[in-house]
Design a protein around this ligand. Structure first.
Ligand SMILES: [Zn+2]
Ligand SMILES: [Zn+2]
Length: 284
């Protein structure tokens, strides 16, 4: 069975995220392990961790992905911000291990005003500092970004440069976001475009290293560089494109997490229903 989930809220306790995922019929989940817009992070009690783990086992929700805070910027020029980013990423990894989460997902960072090679090597150095600060069971996944100004990770080659520069023990693979890939100029709406994209991944990173797909439609057009997610099927990629993508041989066994907009209570179940229909049409 294809692993399918959404990003759920931890309001009311960490374990509530797993309950919410289960209630939506999900078999995998992504969460923030704390408020993603604040630097201050309260530690997880043993009791909280135990409840989270037993809930995850009880409902058989796995893998569990933790999305890192939006404040982290490994490519920052500001040494204070860089230091805080390194410390917070270490905390994210520690929390993942405490909760028994499988992966931590990171946007590698951005730094407008600098050459992207300079920014990227700064991020690589910062990630190596993190790698030197511990060993974790959870694997770090770096995510492709949409190509907004200052982005250092919108192409497969960019991701490969980061992976190759960082000590092996830390980064365990990549997360592909369909909205970001499309906004960065990859035409994933048809077989030919998806094959090109898949070939690139195989050549530079290896398809085995794709550990997660963020399945989002895109408000922005192809190559727009705009990171705005849209409901499944009503964006610029469209149902047909998303369906071809998730059913493509290279990607058909990779867990899917939706990060689609949530304005109404029914939004998640509505988007999940559309994706389930796409998966069913494949016959597994
Ligand atoms: Zn994403
Ligand atoms: Zn995004």
């Amino acid at each position: 069975m294809r692993k399918l989930g959404v990003h759920t809220s931890i309001a009311g306790g960490l374990h509530r995220s797993v309950e919410r995922a289960h209630a939506l019929g999900c078999t995998t989940v992504q969460i923030f392990s704390h408020n993603p817009r604040g630097w201050a992070v309260k530690s997880i009690s043993q009791e909280e961790a135990a409840i989270f783990k037993s809930m995850k086992t009880h409902f058989d929700v796995s893998p569990v992905y933790i999305h890192t805070s939006y404040l982290i910027n490994m490519a920052s020029r500001d040494s204070g911000l860089k230091k805080k980013s390194i410390n917070l990423l270490v905390i994210e990894m520690d929390r993942a291990d405490t909760m028994g989460a499988d992966y931590v997902v990171l946007h590698p960072g951005s730094a407008s005003g600098d050459d992207q090679y300079v920014s990227r090597s700064r991020a690589v150095n910062a990630l190596n500092e993190v790698a030197a600060m511990g060993q974790w069971n959870a694997g770090l996944l770096i995510e492709n970004t949409a190509g907004e100004k200052g982005d250092i990770s919108s192409t497969i080659e960019n991701l490969s440069d980061i992976i190759n520069g960082v000590k092996e023990s830390l980064i365990k693979g990549i997360c592909i976001d369909t909205c970001h890939a499309f906004a960065a100029g990859y035409d994933i709406r048809n077989d030919k475009g998806i094959q090109n994209f898949s070939d690139k991944i195989e050549k530079y990173i290896g398809l085995d290293n794709v550990k997660l797909i963020h399945l989002n439609d895109s408000k922005g057009d192809i190559g727009s560089g705009v990171d705005r997610h849209e409901h499944i099927g009503i964006g610029q990629i469209g149902s047909k494109g998303l369906k071809i993508f998730i059913c493509y041989s290279s990607f058909r066994n990779i867990p899917l997490i939706l990060e689609t907009p949530k304005k109404r209570e029914s939004d998640d179940s509505h988007n999940l229903r559309k994706v389930r229909k796409m998966i069913r049409s494949l016959g597994d």
